[in-house]
Design a protein around this ligand. Structure first.
Ligand code: TYM
Length: 349
């Protein structure tokens, strides 16, 4: 069977990008009984950027009410393995991570003190190594994430391969699988305010993203004010009309989820853009207003049930704490065995 692992940071209620790029896939994979699943809320990744401690406690419960699994920071094996991986990972590889480069660029724009990487913390730098530990600790074979995580997954495979070659077992069997990325058909959702960048939790403008908890009127107003273009009529042109293309992609993904025809990339008969051109053709002679109205309705249709469930579960704190406790118990067993073998191979018994 497949061992599926993924993670999400407890930095706020998930947005439409998290949902269409990753969470919707987790739900699908959960319905396939042959899969062994691990979904983690990654507090250690969250603190690579400053967090208010009291807010973090609340955001962790918010996220637990969404995914109902385990907290990374309840299982210290993650950091132990990350340390060992740190000692196998060249700095140059981490400097090439686009996530690191964009943090660096952002800190340079701040001017003054943080003019170079000396102002950024080491945890942020080795963030992708900790992510590799999250995955390999469970010997995961498949990782359902959005396409902003592709480079991290490549690094994870490099680290697995490096470990396998450096620390061969007695029978020369390899320690870690090389995990495969699983994408949804639409694995990159763009910001509603700036369709050249991805929808993200950290962008200051709340109009740029739709949250899982938004009401229909909030959804409608955010979609109505989404940046598009002034070309009349609707066509699918991701390069020339990125804002319009983003809306069409969101509409397609929501329609598929609402009609239960959603798949993982590669499983689908029609992953090409053909479906998007054909969707656009329905709106060829209509305007953005008509498209936006349908997009808002499709999102509402998709989110109304998860939203209601979330609101109910979020109030049940006793239940949530039990879920976290049971989650980490389940998530500890495999890793204990893996770590014993890792320590043995490295010579740290
Ligand atoms: P995070 O918390 O930023 O995002 C959670 C998931 O949402 C996806 N995602 C998107 N997909 C499509 N369009 C978008 N605009 C968009 N924004 C976010 C992300 O790809 C992700 O799948 N580093 C990870 C957390 C992590 C992890 C792991 C993931 C830590 N350890 C181990 C997998 C395996 C992150 O920051 O996710």
């Amino acid at each position: 069977g497949r061992v599926i692992l993924s993670g999400i940071q407890p930095t706020g209620v998930p947005h439409l990008g998290n949902y269409l790029g990753a969470l919707s896939n987790w739900v699908r994979l959960q319905n396939q009984p042959e899969n062994q699943l691990f979904f983690s809320i990654v507090g250690w990744h969250a603190i690579t950027l400053p967090q208010s401690p009291s807010e973090l406690v609340e955001r962790k419960l918010d996220m637990l009410a969404v995914v109902l699994f385990f907290f990374q920071e309840h299982n210290p094996n993650h950091t132990e393995l990350a340390w060992i991986f740190n000692c196998l990972t060249p700095m140059g590889k981490l400097r090439r991570m686009t996530t690191w480069k964009s943090r660096l660029a952002a800190s340079k724009n701040l001017g003054d003190a943080q003019v170079d990487e000396t102002g950024l913390n080491v945890g942020l730098f080795t963030y992708p190594v900790l992510q590799a530990a999250d995955i390999l600790l469970y010997k995961a074979t498949h990782v359902p994430v959005g396409d902003d995580q592709t480079q991290h997954l490549e690094l994870c495979r490099d680290i697995a391969d490096q470990f396998n070659r450096t620390f061969k077992g007695k029978g020369k069997e390899r320690m870690f699988p090389l995990p495969v990325q699983l994408n949804t058909p639409i694995s990159r959702i763009l910001s509603l305010r700036d369709p050249t960048s991805k929808m993200s939790k950290s962008t200051p403008d709340p109009q740029s993203r739709i949250l899982l908890t938004d009401s229909f009127s909030q959804i409608s107003s955010k979609i109505r004010s989404a940046v598009t273009d002034s070309t009349p009529g609707i066509t699918y042109d991701p390069v020339g009309r990125p804002g319009t293309a983003n809306l069409l992609r969101i509409l397609r993904a929501c329609n598929e989820i609402n009609t239960n025809t959603y798949t993982t990339q590669g499983e689908n008969k029609d992953d090409s853009d053909a479906a998007l051109y054909s969707l656009a053709s329905h709106y060829a002679s209509k305007n953005h207003g008509a498209l936006k109205a349908d997009v808002a309705e499709a999102i509402e249709e998709m989110l109304k049930r998860p939203r209601a469930e979330y609101e109910k579960i979020r109030r049940e704190e006793v239940y949530l704490r039990r879920v976290a406790r049971e989650g980490v118990e389940k998530a500890e067993r495999g890793p204990e065995v893996t770590m014993r073998e890792v320590r043995e191979r490295v010579g740290l018994v």
